[in-house]
Every structure is written in structure tokens, then in C-alpha cells.
Design a protein around this ligand. Sequence first.
Ligand SMILES: Nc1ncnc2c1ncn2[C@@H]1O[C@H](COP(=O)(O)OP(=O)(O)O)[C@@H](O)[C@H]1O
Ligand SMILES: N[C@@H](CCOP(=O)(O)O)C(=O)O
Length: 292
Amino acid sequence: MLTVRAPATSANLGSGFDVFGAALERPADIVRVERAEETTIEMSGAGSEFIPEDPAKNTAGAVAEALDAPARIKIDKGVRPASGLGSSAASAAGAALALNELYDRGLSRSELVPIAAEGEALVSGEAHQDNVAPALLGGFTIVADDGVTQVDSSIPLVVCLPDIVVSTRDARRVVPDSTSVENMVDTVGRAATLTVGMHREDPAMVGRGMEDNVVTPARAKLIDGYDAVRDAALDAGAMGVTVSGAGPGVIAACYESDRSAIAGAMLDAFDDVGVDSRAYQTRIGDGPTVYR
Ligand SMILES: Nc1ncnc2c1ncn2[C@@H]1O[C@H](COP(=O)(O)OP(=O)(O)O)[C@@H](O)[C@H]1O
Ligand SMILES: N[C@@H](CCOP(=O)(O)O)C(=O)O
């Protein structure tokens, strides 16, 4: 079977709601495909018991349909669903790349972004591309109406994933409809700082750019212990902390030497409020890899 390793991703990064995204070195989904008369899907791995195998309800199935590429698809989930780590996008991006290869469709990774986003439309109600773009292109990505911009980066990160489920669909409902000009000015400044920080590989600038007064405060309320976890990470040396995607994952940008202490502090802080969690010491990484 043709095999693709597709990375977890973190969208928004605070100031870039529905715009910024980053591929994570780990965790990742493994997607295997072979040609078939009709599409079937077998799921295994983290949280797979909560993911429908019906192709009409699975992001990989939506991609097979969009590419007109029926296949026997096996997905080993490394990225737990409803995590804020682009779980649904990892499978969609992995399937898009794998089926493009399997059927020699000849589409570029950029051309596969809107196709993989069909999977996001299926599960969250909107074809937002801020997870599938980094899942396919790697690095740091900016999704705008007129296209996607990508820059390689390798900023060290800690992602702490509590044992809480927050669906992207639910977390999109708490996003405010409007904001003040003051908040808009602050957000533009933060987003610009973060973008330059990615280009310069500067964790301190990226961290400053992760502040957000608009979407993150509303979503933080859905995550037990968020404020304590954020404070603990900052005390342990994080340069910036925010909700990963729609949550409940919490992401910290940092220097590599502080990663282990930050991971321990975040785990302890969740534990103090009675929430089990796991931490990934990771970094911004590459896009998917194809194995033949
Ligand atoms: N291949 C898939 N991988 C992960 N989740 C999937 C997949 N196909 C469908 N889903 C559904 O998508 C939802 C998880 O997506 P979402 O809420 O966006 O979480 P995440 O932030 O982890 O991407 C769950 O309801 C899950 O059942
Ligand atoms: N921009 C989206 C990103 C959702 O990411 P996920 O990893 O939680 O699916 C949003 O914030 O709703």
C-alpha cells in the first residue's frame, strides 16, 4: 500500500484566527491507500473509536470523493480527534497526497489544499484551510482569500493536550461576531510581529505575536485550568502561550533548552485542577512524507 505520514498542525497561533497555521514535527497520522472499486476506510490508533469509518462522514472519504479516487484507506491516528491539533486535517491532507500519487493526478501540494479542505467542511461546517495548508505544505502558513503563503520555520514548541474534548464546530460558535477598532489594531500588530518572528526563527517574537484579545479569551473558557496552565508555562520560560486551534490543546513557543521544563509545568498545572493531559515536546516541522 502507498503510505503517507501527515503531520498534526496548530492553527490560529493566537493572533491569526483562521489565517495562521503551523505543521508540527510530531504527532502525525499514517494514511495507507490502495486502489479499489469503491472507498472503504479502516481506523486505528488514538481516539479512532470516535471516528466514523463511513466514507461519507470521514474527512479522508470526503477527499477520495473530491478527487474521484476510490480506494481502500487505512488510517492509524497519531493525532487524537477534537484536540485542536488538526486531527481531521491530518487525515484529509494525508489522503489527498496519497490518492493524488496513487491515481497519478499530478496536482501540486498547493492545489491539493482546497481538496483537503472539503474534509474540514464535512466536520466543522466550514472549509477553513488553516490546518490543511500547513499539513500539506509544512512550516508556517498564512491563508488569505487570494492564496496561501508558506515559510519554513523550526520554532521549538510544547503542546499540552488535556483529556477534554472540544469539537471545532462547538468552539466556532463562541467566536465573537465583532470587535473594537482598538482590538483590531492590537491584533494586526501581534500578527505582523509573529510573521516576522517566524521568518527570523525568533521564539521571543513569535511568542509576543501569540497574544490575542478577541477569540482566545472566549475559547479559553472551554478548557478547564487554561489560565493556570498558561501561567505555569510562562513561568517555566515559554515565550508565548495560546489555545491550539479550537482547543483543548494549549501551545507554547519557546527556546529548545526550556522545552522539557515547560512541558512538566503544563502537565502539573492540568493535574492540579484534576485534568489528565499529555505533552508533546515538538517544533514546527515539514509537510507530509510519501513512502512507497
Ligand atoms: N479521519 C478523521 N480524523 C479525525 N477526525 C475525523 C476524521 N473523520 C471525521 N472526523 C471527525 O472530525 C471531528 C474532529 O475534528 P475536529 O473537531 O476538527 O478536531 P481537530 O481539532 O482534532 O481537528 C470528530 O467528530 C471526528 O469524528
Ligand atoms: N481556525 C480554526 C482551526 C481549528 O483547528 P482544529 O485543530 O481545532 O480543528 C478554528 O479556530 O476554528
